[in-house]
Design a protein around this ligand. Structure first.
Ligand code: ADP
Ligand code: ADP
Ligand code: MG
Length: 472
Protein backbone atom coordinates (compact mmCIF):
# COMPACT_ATOMS: atom_id res chain seq x y z
CA UNK A 1 0.00 0.00 0.00
CA UNK A 2 1.11 3.58 -0.60
CA UNK A 3 2.81 5.53 2.17
CA UNK A 4 2.00 9.01 1.01
CA UNK A 5 -0.53 10.31 -1.51
CA UNK A 6 -0.48 13.75 -3.12
CA UNK A 7 -3.91 15.04 -4.06
CA UNK A 8 -3.82 17.10 -7.24
CA UNK A 9 -7.10 18.88 -6.58
CA UNK A 10 -8.81 21.20 -4.14
CA UNK A 11 -11.77 21.68 -1.87
CA UNK A 12 -14.32 18.99 -1.03
CA UNK A 13 -12.95 16.25 -3.31
CA UNK A 14 -9.42 16.72 -1.95
CA UNK A 15 -10.90 16.38 1.53
CA UNK A 16 -12.81 13.28 0.42
CA UNK A 17 -9.55 11.67 -0.73
CA UNK A 18 -7.78 12.70 2.49
CA UNK A 19 -10.51 10.93 4.46
CA UNK A 20 -10.03 7.71 2.49
CA UNK A 21 -6.25 7.92 2.96
CA UNK A 22 -6.60 8.42 6.71
CA UNK A 23 -8.67 5.25 6.97
CA UNK A 24 -6.00 3.39 5.00
CA UNK A 25 -3.25 4.89 7.17
CA UNK A 26 -1.69 6.78 4.27
CA UNK A 27 -0.11 10.23 4.77
CA UNK A 28 -1.56 13.03 2.64
CA UNK A 29 -0.15 15.98 0.75
CA UNK A 30 -2.38 18.84 -0.36
CA UNK A 31 -1.59 21.49 -2.94
CA UNK A 32 -3.09 24.97 -3.07
CA UNK A 33 -2.87 28.22 -4.96
CA UNK A 34 -2.79 31.62 -3.26
CA UNK A 35 -6.54 32.28 -3.12
CA UNK A 36 -6.94 28.79 -1.59
CA UNK A 37 -4.58 29.24 1.36
CA UNK A 38 -7.54 29.01 3.78
CA UNK A 39 -9.31 26.21 1.90
CA UNK A 40 -10.51 23.23 3.90
CA UNK A 41 -8.28 20.65 2.20
CA UNK A 42 -5.17 22.61 3.18
CA UNK A 43 -6.18 22.37 6.83
CA UNK A 44 -7.02 18.67 6.67
CA UNK A 45 -3.94 17.28 4.91
CA UNK A 46 -0.77 16.26 6.74
CA UNK A 47 1.29 18.55 4.51
CA UNK A 48 0.30 21.31 2.12
CA UNK A 49 2.30 23.16 -0.53
CA UNK A 50 1.66 26.33 -2.44
CA UNK A 51 1.68 25.75 -6.20
CA UNK A 52 1.82 28.53 -8.70
CA UNK A 53 1.74 30.56 -10.71
CA UNK A 54 -1.60 32.32 -10.45
CA UNK A 55 -4.86 31.34 -8.83
CA UNK A 56 -5.61 28.42 -11.17
CA UNK A 57 -2.55 27.61 -13.31
CA UNK A 58 -0.69 25.97 -10.44
CA UNK A 59 -3.41 23.32 -10.20
CA UNK A 60 -2.99 22.60 -13.92
CA UNK A 61 0.79 22.36 -13.92
CA UNK A 62 1.30 18.64 -14.53
CA UNK A 63 5.11 18.67 -14.50
CA UNK A 64 5.26 20.90 -11.42
CA UNK A 65 2.83 18.74 -9.45
CA UNK A 66 4.58 15.47 -10.30
CA UNK A 67 7.93 17.00 -9.38
CA UNK A 68 6.51 18.17 -6.08
CA UNK A 69 5.18 14.68 -5.39
CA UNK A 70 8.63 13.27 -5.99
CA UNK A 71 10.30 15.91 -3.82
CA UNK A 72 8.01 15.30 -0.83
CA UNK A 73 8.22 11.51 -1.15
CA UNK A 74 4.67 10.81 -2.29
CA UNK A 75 4.37 7.45 -4.02
CA UNK A 76 0.99 8.10 -5.64
CA UNK A 77 -1.15 10.97 -6.97
CA UNK A 78 -4.96 11.16 -6.81
CA UNK A 79 -6.38 13.62 -9.33
CA UNK A 80 -9.86 14.14 -7.82
CA UNK A 81 -12.29 15.32 -10.53
CA UNK A 82 -12.02 18.26 -12.92
CA UNK A 83 -8.63 19.98 -13.39
CA UNK A 84 -6.20 17.16 -14.21
CA UNK A 85 -8.42 14.13 -13.71
CA UNK A 86 -9.03 13.72 -17.43
CA UNK A 87 -5.62 14.89 -18.58
CA UNK A 88 -3.72 11.89 -20.06
CA UNK A 89 -0.42 13.70 -19.42
CA UNK A 90 -0.68 13.24 -15.68
CA UNK A 91 -0.44 9.42 -15.69
CA UNK A 92 2.36 9.67 -18.28
CA UNK A 93 4.40 12.08 -16.17
CA UNK A 94 3.73 9.95 -13.10
CA UNK A 95 5.01 6.88 -14.88
CA UNK A 96 8.24 8.66 -15.86
CA UNK A 97 8.91 9.54 -12.24
CA UNK A 98 7.92 6.18 -10.82
CA UNK A 99 4.80 7.53 -9.11
CA UNK A 100 1.50 5.64 -9.28
CA UNK A 101 -1.44 7.49 -10.79
CA UNK A 102 -4.67 6.64 -8.98
CA UNK A 103 -6.90 6.27 -12.00
CA UNK A 104 -7.06 4.55 -15.37
CA UNK A 105 -4.28 4.39 -17.97
CA UNK A 106 -3.26 7.38 -20.01
CA UNK A 107 -4.44 5.56 -23.18
CA UNK A 108 -7.95 4.99 -21.90
CA UNK A 109 -8.23 8.58 -20.61
CA UNK A 110 -7.29 9.84 -24.09
CA UNK A 111 -9.68 7.44 -25.78
CA UNK A 112 -12.72 8.08 -23.61
CA UNK A 113 -11.95 11.79 -23.18
CA UNK A 114 -12.74 12.12 -26.86
CA UNK A 115 -16.51 11.74 -27.05
CA UNK A 116 -16.42 10.62 -30.68
CA UNK A 117 -13.85 7.90 -29.98
CA UNK A 118 -15.82 6.89 -26.90
CA UNK A 119 -18.96 6.45 -28.99
CA UNK A 120 -16.99 4.40 -31.52
CA UNK A 121 -15.74 2.17 -28.71
CA UNK A 122 -19.29 1.70 -27.44
CA UNK A 123 -20.52 0.75 -30.91
CA UNK A 124 -17.67 -1.76 -31.22
CA UNK A 125 -18.73 -3.25 -27.89
CA UNK A 126 -22.25 -3.67 -29.32
CA UNK A 127 -23.85 -0.81 -27.38
CA UNK A 128 -26.31 1.59 -28.96
CA UNK A 129 -25.31 5.27 -29.01
CA UNK A 130 -27.38 8.35 -29.81
CA UNK A 131 -27.81 8.60 -33.60
CA UNK A 132 -25.89 11.43 -35.23
CA UNK A 133 -22.77 12.29 -37.19
CA UNK A 134 -20.32 9.44 -37.79
CA UNK A 135 -17.46 11.46 -36.39
CA UNK A 136 -16.45 15.09 -36.19
CA UNK A 137 -18.28 17.59 -38.38
CA UNK A 138 -16.05 20.02 -40.22
CA UNK A 139 -18.16 21.95 -42.73
CA UNK A 140 -21.52 23.72 -42.50
CA UNK A 141 -22.80 21.77 -45.52
CA UNK A 142 -21.99 18.50 -43.78
CA UNK A 143 -23.77 19.66 -40.63
CA UNK A 144 -26.87 20.72 -42.54
CA UNK A 145 -27.01 17.40 -44.37
CA UNK A 146 -26.68 15.32 -41.20
CA UNK A 147 -29.43 17.30 -39.47
CA UNK A 148 -31.71 16.94 -42.50
CA UNK A 149 -31.26 13.19 -42.12
CA UNK A 150 -31.71 12.80 -38.37
CA UNK A 151 -34.27 15.61 -38.04
CA UNK A 152 -34.41 18.49 -35.56
CA UNK A 153 -33.97 19.08 -32.69
CA UNK A 154 -30.32 18.09 -32.56
CA UNK A 155 -27.51 18.60 -30.10
CA UNK A 156 -24.15 20.03 -31.10
CA UNK A 157 -21.41 18.70 -28.83
CA UNK A 158 -17.77 19.53 -28.32
CA UNK A 159 -15.68 16.37 -28.71
CA UNK A 160 -13.59 17.29 -25.66
CA UNK A 161 -16.47 18.73 -23.63
CA UNK A 162 -17.33 18.19 -20.00
CA UNK A 163 -19.11 19.80 -17.05
CA UNK A 164 -22.07 20.79 -19.23
CA UNK A 165 -19.99 23.09 -21.43
CA UNK A 166 -19.72 22.92 -25.19
CA UNK A 167 -23.30 21.62 -25.63
CA UNK A 168 -25.95 23.35 -27.74
CA UNK A 169 -29.52 22.30 -28.48
CA UNK A 170 -30.57 23.30 -31.99
CA UNK A 171 -34.26 23.39 -32.83
CA UNK A 172 -34.16 24.36 -36.50
CA UNK A 173 -32.02 24.74 -39.58
CA UNK A 174 -31.87 28.53 -39.06
CA UNK A 175 -30.06 28.18 -35.74
CA UNK A 176 -27.62 25.48 -36.74
CA UNK A 177 -24.68 27.36 -38.19
CA UNK A 178 -24.60 29.95 -35.43
CA UNK A 179 -24.91 27.28 -32.71
CA UNK A 180 -21.98 25.38 -34.16
CA UNK A 181 -19.80 28.44 -34.05
CA UNK A 182 -20.85 29.20 -30.43
CA UNK A 183 -20.17 25.58 -29.40
CA UNK A 184 -16.76 25.70 -31.08
CA UNK A 185 -15.71 28.90 -29.38
CA UNK A 186 -16.97 27.72 -25.99
CA UNK A 187 -15.04 24.48 -26.45
CA UNK A 188 -11.90 26.31 -27.52
CA UNK A 189 -12.01 28.47 -24.39
CA UNK A 190 -12.75 25.61 -22.03
CA UNK A 191 -10.91 22.65 -23.56
CA UNK A 192 -8.62 24.11 -26.24
CA UNK A 193 -10.26 21.93 -28.88
CA UNK A 194 -12.81 23.18 -31.43
CA UNK A 195 -13.86 19.78 -32.74
CA UNK A 196 -17.63 19.17 -32.65
CA UNK A 197 -20.10 16.44 -33.57
CA UNK A 198 -23.88 16.24 -33.83
CA UNK A 199 -26.43 14.01 -32.11
CA UNK A 200 -30.16 13.63 -32.29
CA UNK A 201 -31.67 15.49 -29.34
CA UNK A 202 -33.52 12.89 -27.28
CA UNK A 203 -36.74 14.36 -25.90
CA UNK A 204 -37.29 14.20 -22.15
CA UNK A 205 -34.71 11.53 -21.33
CA UNK A 206 -33.39 10.40 -18.00
CA UNK A 207 -29.66 10.69 -17.41
CA UNK A 208 -28.70 7.30 -16.00
CA UNK A 209 -25.08 6.47 -15.26
CA UNK A 210 -23.42 3.31 -14.02
CA UNK A 211 -20.56 3.27 -11.55
CA UNK A 212 -17.81 0.90 -12.62
CA UNK A 213 -14.94 -0.59 -10.62
CA UNK A 214 -12.27 -2.53 -12.48
CA UNK A 215 -9.06 -3.98 -11.07
CA UNK A 216 -5.84 -4.78 -12.92
CA UNK A 217 -6.71 -8.46 -13.21
CA UNK A 218 -9.73 -8.23 -15.49
CA UNK A 219 -12.37 -8.11 -12.76
CA UNK A 220 -14.96 -5.48 -13.67
CA UNK A 221 -18.13 -4.87 -11.69
CA UNK A 222 -20.78 -2.16 -11.52
CA UNK A 223 -22.25 -0.64 -8.39
CA UNK A 224 -25.63 0.12 -9.89
CA UNK A 225 -26.87 3.36 -11.33
CA UNK A 226 -27.46 6.98 -10.48
CA UNK A 227 -30.25 9.09 -11.90
CA UNK A 228 -28.82 12.55 -12.58
CA UNK A 229 -31.78 13.99 -14.47
CA UNK A 230 -32.23 17.03 -12.25
CA UNK A 231 -30.02 19.40 -14.21
CA UNK A 232 -29.86 23.04 -15.10
CA UNK A 233 -28.04 23.96 -18.32
CA UNK A 234 -27.06 20.29 -18.69
CA UNK A 235 -25.30 20.37 -15.34
CA UNK A 236 -26.38 18.11 -12.52
CA UNK A 237 -27.52 19.63 -9.22
CA UNK A 238 -29.38 16.71 -7.60
CA UNK A 239 -28.50 13.03 -8.02
CA UNK A 240 -30.30 9.90 -6.93
CA UNK A 241 -29.51 6.22 -6.42
CA UNK A 242 -31.04 3.92 -7.42
CA UNK A 243 -33.16 5.27 -10.29
CA UNK A 244 -36.92 5.13 -9.85
CA UNK A 245 -37.47 4.19 -13.51
CA UNK A 246 -35.28 1.10 -13.79
CA UNK A 247 -36.61 -2.34 -13.08
CA UNK A 248 -34.27 -5.24 -12.29
CA UNK A 249 -34.23 -6.40 -15.90
CA UNK A 250 -33.23 -3.01 -17.34
CA UNK A 251 -30.72 -2.48 -14.53
CA UNK A 252 -29.06 -5.75 -15.39
CA UNK A 253 -29.05 -5.02 -19.11
CA UNK A 254 -27.58 -1.54 -18.70
CA UNK A 255 -25.09 -2.74 -16.08
CA UNK A 256 -23.89 -5.43 -18.47
CA UNK A 257 -23.57 -2.83 -21.25
CA UNK A 258 -21.50 -0.57 -18.97
CA UNK A 259 -19.22 -3.47 -18.09
CA UNK A 260 -18.90 -4.50 -21.75
CA UNK A 261 -17.76 -1.01 -22.77
CA UNK A 262 -15.28 -0.83 -19.89
CA UNK A 263 -13.85 -4.26 -20.63
CA UNK A 264 -13.57 -3.56 -24.34
CA UNK A 265 -11.17 -0.67 -23.65
CA UNK A 266 -9.32 -2.48 -20.83
CA UNK A 267 -10.58 0.02 -18.33
CA UNK A 268 -9.12 -0.02 -14.83
CA UNK A 269 -10.01 1.84 -11.63
CA UNK A 270 -13.30 3.70 -11.01
CA UNK A 271 -15.24 5.09 -13.94
CA UNK A 272 -18.73 6.07 -14.96
CA UNK A 273 -20.63 5.08 -18.07
CA UNK A 274 -23.32 7.63 -18.91
CA UNK A 275 -26.52 6.80 -20.79
CA UNK A 276 -29.72 8.54 -21.76
CA UNK A 277 -32.91 6.53 -21.29
CA UNK A 278 -35.88 7.61 -23.40
CA UNK A 279 -39.63 7.31 -22.81
CA UNK A 280 -39.66 3.76 -24.20
CA UNK A 281 -36.87 2.72 -21.83
CA UNK A 282 -34.45 2.44 -24.74
CA UNK A 283 -30.98 3.44 -23.63
CA UNK A 284 -28.15 5.14 -25.49
CA UNK A 285 -24.51 5.50 -24.44
CA UNK A 286 -23.40 9.16 -24.36
CA UNK A 287 -19.98 9.22 -22.71
CA UNK A 288 -17.66 7.74 -20.12
CA UNK A 289 -16.07 9.75 -17.32
CA UNK A 290 -12.68 8.28 -16.51
CA UNK A 291 -12.52 9.56 -12.94
CA UNK A 292 -14.34 9.75 -9.65
CA UNK A 293 -17.51 11.79 -10.03
CA UNK A 294 -19.02 14.42 -7.79
CA UNK A 295 -22.09 12.27 -7.12
CA UNK A 296 -20.26 9.04 -6.19
CA UNK A 297 -21.56 9.59 -2.65
CA UNK A 298 -25.09 8.37 -3.47
CA UNK A 299 -23.68 5.07 -4.71
CA UNK A 300 -21.59 4.76 -1.56
CA UNK A 301 -24.72 5.38 0.49
CA UNK A 302 -26.77 2.60 -1.11
CA UNK A 303 -23.97 0.03 -1.52
CA UNK A 304 -21.86 0.73 1.57
CA UNK A 305 -18.76 0.58 -0.64
CA UNK A 306 -16.11 3.30 -0.23
CA UNK A 307 -15.35 4.03 -3.88
CA UNK A 308 -12.33 6.26 -3.23
CA UNK A 309 -10.72 3.59 -1.05
CA UNK A 310 -11.35 1.10 -3.85
CA UNK A 311 -9.64 3.49 -6.30
CA UNK A 312 -6.58 3.57 -4.07
CA UNK A 313 -6.54 -0.20 -3.53
CA UNK A 314 -6.92 -0.91 -7.24
CA UNK A 315 -4.09 1.50 -8.09
CA UNK A 316 -1.93 -0.22 -5.47
CA UNK A 317 -2.47 -3.49 -7.34
CA UNK A 318 -4.93 -5.16 -5.02
CA UNK A 319 -7.57 -7.36 -6.64
CA UNK A 320 -11.25 -6.50 -6.25
CA UNK A 321 -12.62 -8.70 -3.53
CA UNK A 322 -16.24 -7.78 -4.21
CA UNK A 323 -17.99 -9.83 -6.86
CA UNK A 324 -20.97 -8.58 -8.82
CA UNK A 325 -23.33 -10.73 -6.79
CA UNK A 326 -21.98 -9.20 -3.55
CA UNK A 327 -23.19 -5.75 -4.58
CA UNK A 328 -26.48 -5.11 -2.83
CA UNK A 329 -28.48 -1.93 -3.25
CA UNK A 330 -30.17 -0.96 -0.03
CA UNK A 331 -32.73 1.86 0.18
CA UNK A 332 -32.31 5.21 -1.57
CA UNK A 333 -29.94 8.14 -1.51
CA UNK A 334 -30.14 11.71 -2.78
CA UNK A 335 -27.33 14.21 -3.15
CA UNK A 336 -27.83 17.98 -3.38
CA UNK A 337 -24.92 20.03 -4.66
CA UNK A 338 -24.96 23.07 -2.39
CA UNK A 339 -23.63 25.80 -4.63
CA UNK A 340 -22.94 29.47 -3.97
CA UNK A 341 -25.32 30.51 -6.71
CA UNK A 342 -28.45 32.58 -6.98
CA UNK A 343 -31.06 30.32 -8.60
CA UNK A 344 -33.30 33.35 -9.19
CA UNK A 345 -30.58 34.98 -11.27
CA UNK A 346 -30.11 32.04 -13.59
CA UNK A 347 -27.86 30.29 -11.06
CA UNK A 348 -25.28 33.04 -11.24
CA UNK A 349 -22.31 32.14 -9.02
CA UNK A 350 -21.69 34.55 -6.18
CA UNK A 351 -18.65 35.11 -4.04
CA UNK A 352 -18.38 36.48 -0.55
CA UNK A 353 -17.75 35.49 3.01
CA UNK A 354 -19.69 32.76 4.78
CA UNK A 355 -21.03 34.55 7.86
CA UNK A 356 -22.64 31.55 9.57
CA UNK A 357 -22.31 27.82 8.96
CA UNK A 358 -24.03 24.91 10.70
CA UNK A 359 -24.34 21.73 8.69
CA UNK A 360 -27.25 19.35 9.22
CA UNK A 361 -26.78 16.02 10.95
CA UNK A 362 -28.68 13.08 12.33
CA UNK A 363 -29.55 9.70 10.89
CA UNK A 364 -28.71 9.11 7.24
CA UNK A 365 -27.00 12.45 6.67
CA UNK A 366 -23.57 12.92 5.12
CA UNK A 367 -21.76 16.18 4.44
CA UNK A 368 -18.78 16.57 2.13
CA UNK A 369 -18.10 20.19 2.85
CA UNK A 370 -15.76 22.93 1.74
CA UNK A 371 -17.20 25.88 3.68
CA UNK A 372 -17.02 27.03 7.30
CA UNK A 373 -17.78 30.24 9.18
CA UNK A 374 -15.67 33.16 7.89
CA UNK A 375 -14.57 31.19 4.80
CA UNK A 376 -14.11 33.60 1.92
CA UNK A 377 -15.21 31.97 -1.34
CA UNK A 378 -12.57 32.55 -3.99
CA UNK A 379 -14.11 33.49 -7.32
CA UNK A 380 -11.77 31.40 -9.46
CA UNK A 381 -13.24 27.95 -9.04
CA UNK A 382 -16.58 26.20 -9.37
CA UNK A 383 -19.25 27.33 -6.96
CA UNK A 384 -19.86 24.14 -5.00
CA UNK A 385 -19.63 24.70 -1.23
CA UNK A 386 -20.80 21.34 0.03
CA UNK A 387 -22.48 18.12 -0.98
CA UNK A 388 -25.37 17.01 1.16
CA UNK A 389 -26.09 13.30 0.73
CA UNK A 390 -28.93 11.63 2.61
CA UNK A 391 -30.09 8.05 2.60
CA UNK A 392 -33.22 6.27 3.75
CA UNK A 393 -34.97 2.92 3.57
CA UNK A 394 -37.63 4.12 1.13
CA UNK A 395 -37.82 6.87 -1.49
CA UNK A 396 -40.43 8.75 0.56
CA UNK A 397 -38.28 8.63 3.67
CA UNK A 398 -35.22 9.78 1.72
CA UNK A 399 -37.03 12.78 0.24
CA UNK A 400 -38.38 13.71 3.69
CA UNK A 401 -34.90 13.37 5.12
CA UNK A 402 -33.45 15.65 2.44
CA UNK A 403 -36.20 18.19 3.11
CA UNK A 404 -35.43 18.06 6.82
CA UNK A 405 -31.65 18.29 6.25
CA UNK A 406 -31.84 21.19 3.80
CA UNK A 407 -34.01 23.14 6.21
CA UNK A 408 -31.49 22.49 9.00
CA UNK A 409 -28.64 23.81 6.86
CA UNK A 410 -27.39 27.24 7.93
CA UNK A 411 -25.12 28.79 5.33
CA UNK A 412 -25.26 32.57 5.41
CA UNK A 413 -23.45 35.43 3.74
CA UNK A 414 -23.97 34.25 0.16
CA UNK A 415 -26.94 33.09 -1.86
CA UNK A 416 -27.06 29.31 -2.18
CA UNK A 417 -29.09 26.69 -3.98
CA UNK A 418 -30.52 25.41 -0.66
CA UNK A 419 -33.96 27.13 -0.74
CA UNK A 420 -34.42 26.11 -4.37
CA UNK A 421 -33.53 22.48 -3.67
CA UNK A 422 -35.90 22.58 -0.71
CA UNK A 423 -38.64 23.65 -3.11
CA UNK A 424 -37.84 20.68 -5.35
CA UNK A 425 -38.09 18.33 -2.35
CA UNK A 426 -41.62 19.69 -1.77
CA UNK A 427 -42.66 19.37 -5.40
CA UNK A 428 -45.38 16.79 -5.96
CA UNK A 429 -44.04 15.57 -9.28
CA UNK A 430 -40.55 15.13 -7.89
CA UNK A 431 -41.92 13.25 -4.90
CA UNK A 432 -43.85 10.97 -7.24
CA UNK A 433 -40.72 10.34 -9.28
CA UNK A 434 -42.27 12.08 -12.25
CA UNK A 435 -39.24 13.95 -13.63
CA UNK A 436 -36.67 13.83 -16.44
CA UNK A 437 -33.89 16.14 -17.67
CA UNK A 438 -36.44 18.82 -18.60
CA UNK A 439 -37.74 19.11 -15.01
CA UNK A 440 -35.98 22.34 -14.01
CA UNK A 441 -36.62 24.13 -17.30
CA UNK A 442 -40.29 23.13 -17.26
CA UNK A 443 -40.95 24.14 -13.66
CA UNK A 444 -40.06 27.83 -13.45
CA UNK A 445 -42.50 28.23 -10.54
CA UNK A 446 -39.90 26.50 -8.36
CA UNK A 447 -37.99 29.80 -8.50
CA UNK A 448 -40.71 31.50 -6.52
CA UNK A 449 -39.49 30.14 -3.21
CA UNK A 450 -39.20 32.23 -0.09
CA UNK A 451 -36.00 32.25 1.93
CA UNK A 452 -36.26 29.47 4.49
CA UNK A 453 -35.91 29.71 8.24
CA UNK A 454 -32.58 27.98 8.89
CA UNK A 455 -31.55 26.42 12.19
CA UNK A 456 -29.72 29.58 13.27
CA UNK A 457 -32.97 31.51 12.88
CA UNK A 458 -34.66 29.00 15.11
CA UNK A 459 -31.90 29.14 17.74
CA UNK A 460 -31.89 32.96 17.72
CA UNK A 461 -35.69 33.07 17.98
CA UNK A 462 -35.55 30.70 20.94
CA UNK A 463 -32.86 32.77 22.65
CA UNK A 464 -34.92 35.92 22.10
CA UNK A 465 -38.01 34.25 23.56
CA UNK A 466 -36.07 33.11 26.63
CA UNK A 467 -34.55 36.55 27.09
CA UNK A 468 -37.99 38.17 26.84
CA UNK A 469 -39.42 35.68 29.31
CA UNK A 470 -36.65 36.39 31.78
CA UNK A 471 -37.23 40.11 31.32
CA UNK A 472 -33.70 40.70 30.03
P1 ADP B 1 -19.60 14.96 -12.58
O1 ADP B 1 -19.26 14.68 -14.02
O2 ADP B 1 -18.61 14.45 -11.60
O3 ADP B 1 -20.99 14.63 -12.29
P2 ADP B 1 -19.29 17.73 -13.23
O4 ADP B 1 -19.71 17.51 -14.62
O5 ADP B 1 -19.89 18.87 -12.47
O6 ADP B 1 -19.53 16.48 -12.32
O7 ADP B 1 -17.71 17.84 -13.21
C1 ADP B 1 -16.97 17.98 -12.03
C2 ADP B 1 -15.93 19.06 -12.23
O8 ADP B 1 -15.06 18.70 -13.28
C3 ADP B 1 -16.50 20.41 -12.61
O9 ADP B 1 -15.74 21.40 -11.96
C4 ADP B 1 -16.35 20.44 -14.11
O10 ADP B 1 -16.27 21.76 -14.59
C5 ADP B 1 -15.05 19.68 -14.30
N1 ADP B 1 -14.97 18.95 -15.58
C6 ADP B 1 -15.80 17.98 -15.99
N2 ADP B 1 -15.41 17.51 -17.20
C7 ADP B 1 -14.32 18.19 -17.55
C8 ADP B 1 -13.45 18.18 -18.70
N3 ADP B 1 -13.65 17.35 -19.73
N4 ADP B 1 -12.42 19.02 -18.70
C9 ADP B 1 -12.21 19.86 -17.67
N5 ADP B 1 -12.99 19.93 -16.58
C10 ADP B 1 -14.03 19.12 -16.51
P1 ADP C 1 -20.86 16.57 -20.27
O1 ADP C 1 -19.60 16.03 -20.82
O2 ADP C 1 -20.90 18.02 -20.19
O3 ADP C 1 -21.28 15.85 -19.03
P2 ADP C 1 -22.85 14.94 -21.67
O4 ADP C 1 -22.64 14.47 -23.06
O5 ADP C 1 -22.67 13.96 -20.59
O6 ADP C 1 -21.93 16.21 -21.41
O7 ADP C 1 -24.30 15.57 -21.56
C1 ADP C 1 -24.70 16.34 -20.47
C2 ADP C 1 -26.21 16.38 -20.40
O8 ADP C 1 -26.77 16.94 -21.58
C3 ADP C 1 -26.87 15.02 -20.29
O9 ADP C 1 -26.93 14.57 -18.96
C4 ADP C 1 -28.24 15.29 -20.86
O10 ADP C 1 -29.10 15.90 -19.91
C5 ADP C 1 -27.95 16.28 -21.96
N1 ADP C 1 -27.73 15.58 -23.24
C6 ADP C 1 -26.57 15.14 -23.75
N2 ADP C 1 -26.75 14.56 -24.95
C7 ADP C 1 -28.06 14.63 -25.22
C8 ADP C 1 -28.88 14.21 -26.30
N3 ADP C 1 -28.37 13.63 -27.39
N4 ADP C 1 -30.21 14.43 -26.21
C9 ADP C 1 -30.75 15.04 -25.14
N5 ADP C 1 -30.04 15.48 -24.10
C10 ADP C 1 -28.71 15.27 -24.12
MG1 MG D 1 -21.59 13.84 -18.84
Amino acid sequence: MFKKVLIANRSEIATRVIRACKELDIATVAIFSEPDSEAIHVKKADEAYLVGPGPVEGYLNVAGIVELAQKVGADAIHPGYGFLAENPKLPLFCEKKGITFIGPSSEVISLMGDKIEAKRSAIKAGIITVPGSEGSVTTDEEALKICENIGYPVMVKATGGGGGRGLRVVNSRDELINSISVARSEAKGAFGNTEIFIEKYIERPHHIEFQILADKYGNTIHLGERDCSIQRRHQKIIEIAPSLILDEKLRQKMGEAAIAISKSVNYTNAGTVEFLVDKNNDFYFIEMNTRIQVEHTVTEAVTGIDIVKKQIEIAAGLPLEIKQEDVQIRGYAIECRINAEDPKKDFMPNVGKVSAYYSPGGIGVRIDGAAYKDYVIPGYFDSMLAKLTVSGMTWQETVARMRRSLSEFTLRGVKTTIPYQLEIMKNEKFIKGDFDTSFIAENPQLMEYKEYRDSLDIILALAAAIAAHEGL
